[in-house]
Design a protein around this ligand. Structure first.
Ligand SMILES: N[C@@H](CC(=O)c1ccccc1NC=O)C(=O)O
Ligand SMILES: [Zn+2]
Ligand SMILES: [Zn+2]
Length: 209
């Protein structure tokens, strides 16, 4: 039976895309044109490692935490479950309990509808501090979310990030799930092997199982 097609759940990286307030804007430009080199066009990008769809390394919020090149790539390839938790200001144990996520290794949360990627969202769903222990109990190793962060934009304590990390749950942010049905999928969302980094852009794709 023909395998289903892969679905791209990554934000396009464009010069118009919104990034975290005050962070490095995304820019692609040509460094050299084919006319100049006589053979090829060569481009360059300037970006925060948190622009668009990306993973956080623990080093992002824990100075002693693992850096991107130290992460277990198995986390970023394998089965995942998409659930729809749109409409909540925050998500924790109570909102997740009804979904019965026992034994789900990677959980992808759909919280947004009609997100405009050129505007940083004024409000977005965040995760509560009780989410880490709950996800650990259920065996979740990777938590993906369609928001710019698992914490509020003005957070300094980064309580959701620490709660997830203390419970061995890794973080994938800014995925795009608006056209994705809840259900079980294969996920690939590999970070780049950036030495010493606190995060990495990823091309996240899923295929229905
Ligand atoms: N995607 C990031 C957003 C973030 O935390 C951040 C990104 C750039 C500059 C500051 C940030 N956070 C807190 O000040 C995150 O991991 O939540
Ligand atoms: Zn991030
Ligand atoms: Zn984060």
């Amino acid at each position: 039976m023909e395998k289903k097609k892969w679905i791209d759940i990554s934000q396009p990286l464009t010069n118009e895309m919104a990034v975290w307030p005050g962070d490095t804007p995304f820019s692609f430009q040509l460094s050299y044109t084919k006319e100049q080199t006589g053979s090829v066009n060569i481009g360059q990008i300037t970006t925060s490692v948190h622009s668009g769809t990306h993973i956080d390394a623990p080093f992002h919020f824990d100075h002693e935490g693992k850096k991107v090149h130290e992460l277990d790539i198995d986390l970023y390839i394998g089965t995942a479950r998409v659930i729809d938790v749109t409409g909540y200001e925050s998500v924790g144990r109570a909102e997740l309990e009804p979904f019965g996520i026992e034994g789900v290794p990677r959980l992808l949360l759909r919280t947004m509808t009609d997100r405009d990627l050129t505007v940083f969202p004024e409000k977005y769903t965040v995760l509560r501090e009780d989410v880490g222990p709950y996800l650990k109990e259920k065996g979740v190793r990777l938590l993906g979310i369609d928001t710019p962060s698992v914490d509020p934009v003005d957070s300094k304590k980064m309580l959701a990030h620490h709660s997830l990390h203390e419970n061995d749950v890794f973080i994938l942010e800014n995925i795009v799930l608006e056209k994705v049905e809840p259900g079980n999928y294969e996920l690939i969302a590999l970070p780049l092997a950036i030495e010493g980094a606190d995060g990495s852009p990823v091309r996240a794709v899923i295929r229905p199982i």
